[in-house]
Design a protein around this ligand. Structure first.
Ligand code: ADP
Ligand code: MG
Length: 631
């Protein structure tokens, strides 16, 4: 240890001074910022001790002077008096065209149709969703910088798992506008899982149930080697806590015989009723039994609404909504090909999962209590903070996650010497991505896998990284086997590829170091080539695909003839053979994809009747079988 620490003026005296890295949950209804302090992640409150920032920005007329806008709670308060200039739920517009926004007409402000992204008309002019989001992000950035009295090093910002490229890019642009260096965007369900430390838990499948203010998301995640892969997502972009407010309000007005208010209430009265409904709903979450109640009490311009609400009343009024979320859960499970027993743990996210009715429904469905010791509206921000802390190199354990991207796409060879891209270029690592493949021939019991790197469509133009084989696939008809190929890249850029036949579980894997030995210049050259040759590649790809289809059609026809040629007369058989010969000849002789496709089509058409006869035979055999069994 040095006796004296000498530092130059302006330089940090402590070489290990921590970088301020935060996690930001940029939510539809609420946003939060969190950071790891003293080893634990916590949400940073504002000056009044409130961790939550309503995702609302109100624009003031330019002549009003001052800052010209209000953000958060101040803006929220104006929602009743100035709905047209008070922008809430702006996340629904991010990276979207007007036509793509669900229930756009129900938003209280005017959304304009613009090329690229919809915008909003306000008294202060037209605002893009990116600008509005930037206001929210900047507010959180200042909060973090004030808290730590230091400049922000960077942030991990969360986005819904289903966000596409345009939506993610819009989020990054908003961060840039707010002066926030983005360490990484991560998926909200992944952040929630990280907050619960599931990335250190045992490998397996986890479900994340997120019921927020206006949206419901269910995500099924698979944890492999510390990396989460999104297996399936689902939900309802027009179902959230707001709907519970409306359902409760409708129920109360029915009880008091004031349902006409649903249509006749002024905008202000309507906002007041909904505000009251939300307050009552949130208080009801604290009730344990039916012996207590919460008073619904709204003073309106046009009178008063007053009724005492019990827990069971609320349950009845909102049952249909909770049931709708469970329908989406069931569908996501089906899409993932999973049963309830496959789920290792369930994470609850979103303020609306505070409702006991929701917790009970989730527990009943999965047959296990969900994880809920963290605050459900903070858990996404907390997970993002943990990730940010690691990315900034603040983790004292030293297992520093490198912030890195894949310089060139990774994929595998498919029939005909084509490359199927699995991990696109510029994907951040660590990552895991999977795709399903199937067998090409009847009875095929092994599959050769060839791992490739590059942007070109043909194997010959890409760099070969590794080859391996999956053996022991049970003999099945072509196309019946389901082989999941998973590319996993860890934080060090180490790639491992696995192939698993889903039915039997037979599996093979290989480890590769993908960028090993490639200099920056080589990468640049490969990229340059892919841009200049894209046109030629597309043609080559079409040709190869046409040939593969032709081959497949001939193969299928041969196999049908082997089984059921007795259904055809000698002449008919000759005709089918002639069509097959043409396909073979054109497929090998012609360089034009269209010619080959035409010949394949002709064969398909010429064997339609044969296919129908085979189907009928199959059905009568099956029926015959039943009858014998029945006797
Ligand atoms: P988002 O992810 O859409 O920004 P949040 O996760 O912050 O939303 O959830 C906001 C929703 O949670 C609102 O509808 C709010 O009424 C609801 N909520 C918050 N606290 C409670 C509570 N105690 N009981 C019921 N609902 C609640
Ligand atoms: Mg949320």
């Amino acid at each position: 240890m040095a006796l004296l620490q000498i530092s130059e003026p302006g330089q940090s005296p402590d070489p290990h001074q921590r970088r301020v890295a935060v996690g930001i949950d940029l939510g539809t209804t609420h946003s939060l910022v969190a950071a790891v302090r003293h080893g634990v992640a916590e949400c940073l409150p504002d000056e009044q001790g409130r961790p939550i920032l309503p995702s609302v920005v109100r624009y003031l007329p330019p002549e009003a002077g001052g800052a010209g806008r209000q953000i958060g709670f101040d803006a929220l308060a104006a929602q009743v008096t100035d709905p047209a200039n008070t922008l809430s739920s702006i996340k629904r517009l991010m990276g979207r065209k007007r036509a793509d926004v669900v229930q756009v007409d129900q938003l209280p402000y005017t959304v304009l149709d613009r090329p690229g992204m919809a915008t909003v008309q306000t008294v202060a002019g037209e605002k893009t969703p990116v600008e509005v989001s930037a206001e929210i992000l900047a507010t959180l950035r200042f909060r973090a910088e004030d808290t730590f009295d230091n400049e922000l090093f960077g942030a991990v910002i969360t986005v819904p798992a289903y966000f596409d490229d345009a939506q993610r890019q819009a989020t990054k642009d908003a961060a840039k506008l707010a002066g926030i260096p983005v360490l990484r965007l991560i998926n909200e369900p992944t952040a929630a899982a990280i907050a619960y430390g599931l990335d250190n838990a045992s490998e397996g499948v986890y479900a994340v149930y997120d019921l927020g203010g206006g949206t419901f998301d269910i995500s099924i995640l698979r944890l492999t080697q510390g990396v989460f892969e999104v297996v399936s997502t689902g939900g309802d972009s027009a179902l959230g806590g707001d709907d519970y407010d409306r359902a409760l309000l409708t129920w109360v007005l029915t009880q008091t015989g004031q349902t006409e208010l649903l249509n006749t209430a002024s905008a202000t009265d309507r906002a007041r009723l909904l505000y009251t409904a939300r307050q009552v709903k949130e208080s009801i979450s604290t009730l344990a039994t039916d012996s207590e109640f919460i008073a619904f009490n709204a003073m309106l311009e046009s009178g008063e609404v007053s009724f005492d609400v019990k827990l069971s009343d609320f349950t009845d009024a909102t049952q249909a909504l909770t049931a709708r979320t469970m329908v989406a859960v069931r569908k996501a499970m089906r899409d993932a090909g999973l049963a309830k027993d496959d789920i290792k743990g369930v994470v609850l996210v979103g303020g609306s999962t505070r409702m006991p009715v929701v917790r009970q429904a989730v527990e009943a469905f999965f047959g296990q209590p969900p994880l809920l010791n963290l605050n459900p509206d903070e858990v996404v921000a907390l997970g993002a903070a943990i990730q940010a802390n690691q990315l900034a190199g603040n983790n004292p354990d030293g297992d520093l996650l490198l912030l890195d991207v894949i310089p060139l796409s990774l994929g595998i060879e498919t029939m005909g010497g084509l490359v199927e891209r699995i991990v696109p270029r510029n994907s951040t690592i660590p990552t895991a991505l999977a795709q399903d493949f199937t067998t090409y021939k009847d009875g095929q019991t092994a599959l050769a896998l060839h791992v490739l790197q590059g942007e070109r469509d043909l194997v010959a133009d890409c760099r070969s990284l590794a080859r391996f084989e999956l053996r022991g696939i049970p003999p099945m008809a072509a196309g019946a086997a389901r082989i999941r190929v998973t590319f996993t890249i860890d934080a060090d850029g180490l790639l491992s590829v696995s192939a698993k036949e889903q039915g039997t579980g037979v599996e093979a894997r290989i480890d590769v170091k993908p960028s090993y030995g490639l200099s920056d210049e080589q990468i640049a050259t490969m990229l340059q080539e892919s841009f200049t040759t894209a046109q030629a590649d597309m043609k080559a790809r079409a040709l190869v695909e046409a040939r593969v289809d032709a081959d497949r059609m001939v193969e299928a026809t041969l196999s049908a003839l082997r089984a059921d040629s007795d259904l055809l007369s000698a002449d008919e058989q000759t005709a089918v053979h002639a069509l097959m010969d043409t396909v073979r000849r054109v497929a090998t002789g012609s360089e034009d994809a269209a010619d080959i496709e035409a010949a394949t089509q002709a064969l398909a058409k010429g064997t339609e009747a044969f296919a129908a006869m085979r189907m009928n035979r199959g059905i009568s055999r099956a029926l015959a079988g039943t009858r014998i069994d029945a006797f």
